[in-house]
Design a protein around this ligand. Structure first.
Ligand code: AMP
Ligand code: ZN
Length: 118
């Protein structure tokens, strides 16, 4: 992929260079199970375009960001998360707890989640 960042873990997952458990894929987004689940259901959905974090998105990415959220809704529905509720999380930067610098939306569910986060 032309905008792949060589050193990016999630770009490598998209490229199939690192294995992952796929939940959904199309031309624009990829969803897979988090390797270290923080809840009984924990899926990550990412744009195939490398964006470092949510603040890197520009007006050019408006449709992509919209699609990411709408596909996440479909996945949440398919996973049976809508009835009891669930949570979307986008950790951003150091204080936000971001560890992988390719934009990802966490879909977390399957148990009651605490608020506020620690
Ligand atoms: P964040 O802390 O928001 O940057 O989230 C990064 C997430 O990526 C964490 O929940 C990790 O468990 C997850 N993660 C890291 N490496 C992998 C991998 N190879 N496959 C699936 N999920 C991963
Ligand atoms: Zn990337």
């Amino acid at each position: 992929m032309s905008d792949m960042t060589d050193d990016c873990l999630f770009c490598k997952i998209i490229a199939g260079e690192i294995p992952s458990n796929k939940v959904y894929s199309d031309d624009d987004v990829y969803a897979f199970y988090d390797i270290n689940p923080a809840a009984p259901q924990h899926i990550l959905i990412i744009p195939k375009k490398h964006l470092t974090d949510i603040t890197s998105a520009t007006n050019e990415d408006q449709a992509l960001i919209g699609k990411l959220l709408l596909k996440a809704n479909e996945i949440a529905r398919e996973q049976g998360l809508v009835e009891n509720g669930f949570r979307y999380v986008i950790n951003t930067g150091k204080d936000g707890g971001q560890t992988v610098y390719h934009l990802h939306l966490h879909i977390l569910g399957g148990r009651a989640l605490n608020w506020p986060p620690g």
